[in-house]
Design a protein around this ligand. Structure first.
Ligand code: FE
Ligand code: FE
Ligand code: ZN
Length: 296
């Protein structure tokens, strides 16, 4: 049987570093994972400890997790589209790429940014200018994420992504996010058609990561609120088609669905059970109850 490359967002903490992330992924039955190298909302970062990285690598090998499938998400405070903090964004992104390299991880997902009033074209130019100031890394691929188009977010249209890619002097890659695509107006009920469109504009081979999320909102709502798999407007069957799509079989699939709760008291990670459901290819309407009773 072909290996399904699926995992979720996991944590990365100072004490355990990558070892903690790997252990969390294993607890979900995942074959990959994604993490922020520190808090996503600030830039405080601690040094990578090589001893821990080596031990994490060993743990990955023992558990059928290929480091080449693992993904880092750049913090969302980086906004390259907004000229006001260009220098900050550039230097932080540089650091993030070298941290990825230190950890042996070859994919960094980046939100292109929000233009915050200066307009899409100026925003795109800023993003490209910044990326051109970040030297090309032969070891790490920058994957621009498709966005929902919330507020003044750039890259809710594939044409905008393409423009950025054309303006940058080295190759860029793409992370598609099913919730964002739905909210941006792309029909996830006809994923083959979407892939055709994507191939025409950008090229399917550029897709290096897929974020698998259901959406709380209807198509073209520009909201960006993720729902648990099968509990949103995209629906289980449509997401299964994305996950098992032949043309994306070598691309890591990452769940970023919300932690759940029945009681409203404590929130629990849904990933172990969502991954199980995905492997079974059968929607389980009792999913939230199952998660609650497992972790409680
Ligand atoms: Fe993201
Ligand atoms: Fe995402
Ligand atoms: Zn999102």
């Amino acid at each position: 049987m072909e290996k399904l490359i699926i995992g979720s967002h996991v944590s990365f903490n100072k004490a355990d570093q990558l070892i903690g992330s790997v252990k969390e992924a294993i607890s979900y039955g995942a074959t990959t994972f994604m993490f922020y190298t520190g808090a996503p909302q600030n830039t405080a970062r601690y040094p990578i400890e090589d001893v821990k990285t080596k031990e994490a690598l060993k743990l990955m090998q023992e558990n059928d997790i290929d480091i080449n499938d693992v993904v880092i998400h750049a913090p969302y405070i980086i906004n390259l589209a907004n000229a006001a903090n260009k220098d900050f964004g550039v230097s932080f992104l540089r650091q993030e790429l070298s941290r990825a390299k230190e950890l042996g991880i070859n994919k960094v997902v980046l939100h292109p940014g929000s233009h915050v009033g200066i307009g899409v074209e100026a925003g795109i130019q800023n993003i490209a200018d910044c990326l051109n100031l970040v030297p090309e890394s032969k070891d790490v691929m920058i994957c621009l994420e498709t966005m929902a188009g919330k507020g003044s977010e750039i890259a809710s249209k594939l044409e905008e992504l393409k423009k950025i890619m054309d303006l940058v002097e080295y190759p860029l890659y793409v992370c598609i996010d099913t919730c964002h695509l739905n909210d941006a107006g792309y029909e996830m009920s006809n994923f083959d058609k979407f892939l055709e469109t994507f191939d025409d504009i950008i090229g399917i081979d550029k897709i290096k990561c897929v974020h698998i999320n259901d959406s709380m909102n209807p198509i073209a709502s520009h909201k960006d609120r993720h729902a648990n798999i099968g509990f949103g407007t995209i629906g289980f069957d449509n997401l299964i088609k994305v996950i098992y799509h032949d043309k994306l079989k070598d691309v890591p699939k990452i769940l970023e669905t919300p932690y759940t709760s029945l009681s409203g008291e404590r929130l629990y990670p849904p990933y172990k059970f969502e991954i199980e459901m995905i492997r079974n290819k059968k929607f389980d309407e009792k999913l939230i109850e199952k998660i609650e009773s497992y972790y409680k």
